[in-house]
Design a protein around this ligand. Structure first.
Ligand code: NCD
Length: 312
């Protein structure tokens, strides 16, 4: 499975995803103990290489590694001094010489984790690359839906917002369609990728139609850093048309849940009260993020050593 790392959900099949979800369930149990630590990755080194800012993802990878007893090193070069891809590869080679057991990479340019993976011996985990993929986010979102709904198969999942610039949307489209959900995407036409329906989703410009009968409503952050001026309607207009609040949630199923990968622009893509209270499960997503990243680190960083041991 997973090849030599986790670069995107596109590369996984249903069995891979099920294995990761099962593993994450076990890891979650570790997080519920009084002593939240197991020796599984003792003596292993994990490098967090974050070229783009991050709160949740970086912190949860760090906590995940530490709960598994790995040595976790955070390396956050300023993107200005390391913007040329040549120097990124030099950095990667330097890190490789330190013999890590896994490297977690976030970068503002799509494809950089793959380029780094091509020169590293250690498995690379993509923690978000440009508008391409954010696989661990989609996996923790699946986990959160399974917990709240008991299944993914047969559910209707509506993803709302800046679909074109969202790596979370792309990874979730792959993840939820592979696991048997009907996936809908909704947003202003300027935020909809061309030929999005070729990914197996239904595209809507009417929020009301997109929400009709939905079990899961996932709001996305407006990706200001990836938008050029003309693509963004005024924030007020966006909120009126695509912002999710309790009134609009009436179009969805009565027991629908609301998700958001964070960070939320409160009052833009999600109303204040929905950001804080049920039916939103945003904090469940954050909590599951740690368990999911433990699972992925366990499956990948735990492997390299056994390959070496087999060789010796
Ligand atoms: C997302 C990201 O960085 O891709 N956030 C996250 O990982 N929790 C979503 C976003 O930035 O909007």
């Amino acid at each position: 499975m997973m090849g030599r790392g986790l670069l995107g959900i596109e590369d996984l099949d249903r069995d891979d995803i099920e294995l990761i979800l099962d593993t994450a369930q076990h890891m979650k149990e570790v997080g519920e103990r009084e002593v939240k630590k197991v020796p599984t990755l003792r003596g292993r080194t994990i490098i967090n290489l974050f070229f783009e800012s991050s709160t949740r993802t970086r912190t949860s990878f760090e906590i995940a590694g530490k709960r598994l007893s790995a040595d976790v090193v955070n390396f956050s070069p300023s993107s200005s001094s390391l913007s040329k891809s040549e120097s990124i590869l030099d950095t990667a080679k330097t890190l490789d010489a330190m013999d890590p057991d896994a490297v977690v990479v976030r970068h503002q340019v799509a494809g950089v984790p793959k380029r780094i993976a091509d020169v590293l011996d250690a498995p690379v985990i993509n923690a978000g690359d440009g508008a391409h993929e954010h696989p661990t986010q989609a996996l923790l979102d699946l986990m959160t839906v399974v917990e709240n709904k008991g299944r993914v198969d047969g559910l209707t999942v509506t993803i709302v917002g800046d679909i074109a610039h969202s790596r979370v949307a792309r990874s979730n489209v792959y993840a939820f369609t592979k696991m048997g959900a009907e996936v809908r995407v909704a947003g202003p036409p300027t935020m909809m990728p061309v030929e999005v329906e070729s990914l197996g989703v239904k595209a809507f410009t009417s929020l009301r139609e997109a929400l009709d009968g939905a079990d899961v409503v996932m709001a996305l952050r407006i990706q200001r850093e990836r938008l050029s001026g003309s693509m963004l309607p005024s924030v007020r207009e966006y909120n009126a048309t695509f912002g999710i609040d309790r009134a609009k949630m009436r179009f969805a199923k009565d027991d629908a849940i609301v998700m958001h990968p964070g960070p939320v622009n409160r009052g833009v893509e999600l109303s204040h009260d929905l950001t804080d209270d049920r039916p939103s499960v945003i904090l469940d997503q954050v909590r599951n993020g740690v368990a999911m990243r433990m699972a992925v680190l366990y499956l990948l960083a735990g492997r390299k050593r056994s390959r070496n041991e087999e060789a010796s």
